[in-house]
Design a protein. Structure first.
Length: 278
């Protein structure tokens, strides 16, 4: 028997929440609150490897398509959450609002183009590029994940970005300049924007929490007679044995809650990045 639409949403939400918790946690992020602000903070990475892991996991969350047979959505975890904001299978008194706003803001942030000055000494090019942030995440995440033999797609995107900036570079030269590109993205761009990215991820996770907290309170059954065994009452639409397993797992994620408290990126880390002429 196929899963119902409610069960499919439970599966998708579970996968998305677990992905969010892998991205935003205190093992990966160092959160430094500002002295004169209740919420504003800077986020840093202990090592470059922590930053690379953050970008890899974030890229998968944003860009890696899952199987629609499992979640009912042919798309990434971010697409799954966007779809959940439409189906609203667990919506009680418009509790999906914070999640919908958080997802929409992040999608808009990723789609926004920002100017960036790049000095690429391997090509002797001082390029001014303006591309969507999603493109730069794709390049940085894949460079962190793969070696040069697996970066043909990245090379094509870099060549197109340079072409749009007025620099026609032979494709066979692009792999030689990927280290230059990587240095700008890992040592500059995503150091600066890491805090804002973390804010988006944490805000989405708390949006999911707000969406599911009412159904959790309705479903949760406390232990009785000194027992340690709690349970969940299944809502309408959850009847398949597999669907029940996924809903139970989802409710346990809500019960545990997000790893990181809500944060707001420091205001001085939200300006466009434009390095001066080299």
């Amino acid at each position: 028997m196929p899963l119902t639409s409610v069960e499919l949403e439970a599966v998708g939400l579970t996968i998305a929440v677990e992905a969010l918790d892998e991205i935003a946690n205190h093992s990966t992020l160092q959160i430094l609150p500002l002295e004169n602000s209740a919420l504003e903070a800077e986020v840093r990475f202990a090592t470059r490897e922590h930053q690379q892991l953050f970008l890899i996991r974030l890229l998968d969350f944003v860009d890696e398509n899952g199987d629609s047979m499992l979640t009912g959505v042919k798309g990434s975890c971010l697409d799954v959450l966007e779809h959940a904001c439409l189906t609203k299978s667990f919506d009680i008194e418009r509790c999906s609002g914070p999640l919908q706003r958080a997802v929409s803001r992040f999608q808009a942030w990723l789609s926004e183009s920002t100017p960036l000055r790049l000095w690429l000494p391997t090509l002797n090019i001082n390029a001014l590029i303006r591309v969507p942030r999603r493109e730069l995440l794709f390049i940085a995440g894949n460079q962190s994940k793969h070696n040069l033999s697996r970066l043909t797609g990245v090379s094509r995107r870099v060549a197109e970005i340079l072409r749009q900036g007025g620099h026609n570079v032979p494709f066979e030269l692009i792999p030689l300049a990927l280290d230059d590109f990587s240095e700008h993205l890992h040592e500059d761009y995503f150091v600066y924007y890491g805090t804002w990215l973390a804010e988006h991820v944490v805000t989405i996770r708390w949006g999911v929490q707000a969406y599911l907290a009412p159904i959790y309170r309705r479903a949760y059954r406390a232990p009785l007679d000194g027992s340690l065994q709690y349970s969940y009452e299944m809502p309408p639409g959850i009847s398949h044995a597999l669907g029940k397993e996924w809903f139970w797992r989802l409710m346990n994620l809500v019960r545990r809650g997000p790893n990181v408290q809500p944060i707001q990126a420091a205001h001085y880390l939200k300006a466009p990045v434009l390095r001066p002429e080299t």
